[in-house]
Design a protein around this ligand. Structure first.
Ligand code: VAH
Length: 332
């Protein structure tokens, strides 16, 4: 029991999820995997391209895997610059996971996204069941992925569970080339440089979630009694919605000299196609979902975790050296 494989384990979500899974189930019960060999810390790590069915089969057999957290995918912004690769990895990778889950009776977590929604989806209190007309290849792969999950659960009885994750904010691993990366970039830039140029307009409001809440939602869903799971495509989950300007204002409550300007790029159109506020009543009713972090709590925790530890000012020259230039995420 609980022999777990995490694909895409070194991504933004995977880095924190692996730690949480190892903490809960034991370090030797969780196998990390990714397309490239890790630069360090290769403890129970397998190089695995999820589009390679035979390699995935070999890893599953070697470790007698009974649960797969399938995180390997290209996100929205990166996917728009390489839609063919986005389709290939996101769909063929998921199909390999579901096929092996079917033949080996493996439980699966699949991260969907609010990116399944599009311009004709209700923007406020987006229902669990509604129009899904995504305008990105990433969103198309997530709609297709949800339909595949529902099919494998309904037709073959695969215990696959899924969440439509909002933008995830974390301080540990860097963001992975998504449209919601502006939130993490703004926080890191505020702390390191006191200034940030945001790639969406100030009034752009999106559903977001702090990483601890995302990890809690995933673990609650995967531990829930199967009888309580009434959605086998993907559950809406929500925590907080805020605009880029509201985030900047909350940061200024901690860093008064922080300045943010706005130069929207191609990611503005992606953000505009997504909802602002999600209705997650079904997740709350079925398996007790309840978020913990609101915007002030997120910013307070991020600022404290990302701020350099203040030096003991033993001497006026003992000022901390200026941090290295911040490499903003390049989504391609
Ligand atoms: C992205 N962070 O921006 C991801 C997420 C809701 C957005 O799927 O692509």
């Amino acid at each position: 029991m609980n022999r777990i494989l995490v694909t895409g384990a070194r991504g933004q979500l995977g880095s924190d999820l692996v730690m949480a899974l190892r903490h809960r189930f034991g370090a030797t019960r969780v196998i990390e995997s990714g397309r490239s060999a890790p630069s360090e810390n290769s403890f129970l790590y397998e190089v695995l391209d999820v589009t390679d069915h035979n390699r995935l089969q070999a890893v599953v057999d070697q470790y007698q895997i009974d649960t797969i957290y399938h995180l390997a995918s290209l996100l929205s912004a990166r996917g728009e610059h390489n839609p063919d690769q986005c389709w290939h990895i996101n769909i063929n990778g998921l199909r390999n996971v579901l096929e092996i889950a079917r033949s080996h009776h493996i439980k699966v977590f699949f991260p969907s996204s609010i990116a399944v929604f599009g311009p004709h989806t209700p923007k406020l209190d987006t229902p669990q069941i509604t129009v899904e007309d995504p305008s990105t290849m990433y969103g198309v792969t997530k709609v297709t992925g949800e339909l595949l999950c529902h099919y494998y659960a309904d037709r073959w009885g695969v215990d696959v569970r899924s969440l439509r994750l909002p933008g995830i904010i974390s301080y540990s691993a860097p963001p992975g080339g998504g449209t919601t990366d502006f939130a993490i970039e703004m926080l890191k830039a505020a702390i390191n440089h006191r200034t940030y140029t945001c790639f969406v307009r100030p009034e752009t409001r999106l559903p977001m979630m702090y990483m601890p809440d995302a990890i809690a939602a995933i673990l609650m869903l995967m531990q829930a009694d199967p009888a309580t799971i009434t959605i086998r495509s993907s559950y809406n989950v929500a925590a907080v919605s805020f605009s880029a300007a509201e985030l900047a204002t909350e940061i200024q409550n901690h860093l008064p000299d922080f300045k943010c300007d706005y130069q929207p790029d191609f990611r503005q159109a992606i953000a505009d196609s997504w909802p602002s506020v999600i209705d997650d009543a079904r997740a709350r009713a079925d398996w007790g979902w309840k978020p913990t972090y609101d915007l002030p709590a997120i910013v307070k925790d991020m600022v404290s975790k990302l701020s350099p530890t203040p030096y003991p000012l033993l001497h006026p020259e003992a000022q901390p050296c200026s941090p290295p230039p911040l490499q903003l995420s390049n989504p391609f």
